[in-house]
Design a binder for this molecule. Structure first.
Ligand code: PDD
Length: 296
């Protein structure tokens, strides 16, 4: 594998950064995770836009424009002969003397890792995954805004440790007010019955969550398919009485949940319909986009 570091593609074994990089020393940086299907990076514009938003929220100048990031992404994918890929873009403040002052670092470190996409086990989609509601609360947005996709992932890692201890795959986090927020690497959806109609519920962005790109697509697809959706403030009691639960992110797409704490759920019709619609949406995107092989 070759890793893209500051403009060069370097063999994995030689791909190294300074121990003085502030991304390493202080978690000072941002990232994006993308997925390529058959050589096309899905929602590339939205991911690059969010990378710029995250960088701007921490006052980090990436020193590259959208087009050069797009070219670097495709260069990395094609250099590694990838079609279906997991892609991680990391931009850190760069190397500089120790100290928190961002001005100590003159150049950001820009890294792209692209590797063969590893499919999640089919049984996860067929049966759902186990989750818990973590004791660890989501960072409050006035401290570290969850809309910054930052290298500072300890909040999520602490929740993930709780999940692992309880043999669960994902931890769902509450915000400081006790409202449902999101998973450690995912957004959360569930179906509640209101007047005998299924309503798709998801915590609103002001609960202090990342406004996931997959989440936005799911909300659009729900609208298109006439499924009423509600973004709001929900408590854990709401999810305990839901008929279906699923989580979303770029790599998982729509992942059914079979358990939240001790409450069990079936993989229901809303989850299945939305996942099929999501896959169709990916296909439609691919048919409209160019692929790495079509690049000049
Ligand atoms: N995670 N919430 C959090 C905290 C996340 O880290 C992610 C994505 C999401 C979903 O966002 P999207 O739909 O745009 O992928 C929500 C990526 C996959 C990661 O951590 O690698």
């Amino acid at each position: 594998m070759h890793v893209y570091i500051n403009g060069s593609l370097i063999p994995e074994s030689e791909a190294k950064i300074s121990v003085f990089d502030h991304g390493f020393l202080y978690g000072d940086g941002v990232f994006e995770t993308m997925r390529a299907y058959n050589g096309t990076v899905f929602m590339i514009e939205e991911h690059i836009q969010r990378l710029f938003r995250s960088a701007s929220l921490i006052g980090l100048d990436i020193k590259r424009d959208k087009d050069s990031i797009q070219s670097a992404l495709y260069e990395t994918i094609s250099n590694n002969s990838l079609k279906d890929a997991y892609i991680r873009v990391t931009v850190s403040r760069g190397a500089g003397p120790v100290g928190l002052d961002p001005e100590l670092c003159k150049e950001p470190t820009f890294i792209i890792i692209a590797e063969e996409f590893r499919e999640y086990p089919e049984s996860y989609y067929d049966n759902g995954i186990k989750t818990i509601i973590a004791e660890t609360k989501r960072n409050i947005k006035e401290a570290i805004n969850p809309q910054i996709k930052s290298l500072n992932f300890l909040n999520n890692i602490l929740a993930k440790i709780e999940a692992k201890k309880k043999n669960a795959y994902e931890a769902l986090m509450l915000n400081a007010e006790g409202c449902l927020a999101e998973g450690t690497i995912s957004n959360l959806f569930f179906v509640l019955s209101q007047n005998e109609k299924a309503v798709l519920c998801t915590p609103s962005v002001d609960c202090g969550i990342l406004d996931g790109i997959t989440r936005n697509i799911v909300l659009e697809l729900a609208k298109k398919h006439g499924i009423p959706a509600k973004e709001g403030r929900f408590k854990k009691e709401d999810i305990y009485r839901a008929s279906e639960v699923f989580i979303t992110n770029t790599t998982m797409e729509i992942m059914p949940v079979c358990k939240v704490d001790s409450v069990s759920y079936q993989v229901g019709s809303v989850t299945k319909l939305l996942h099929e619609a999501y896959k169709e949406n990916v296909r439609a995107y691919l048919s409209k986009s160019y692929t790495s092989s079509q690049l000049p």
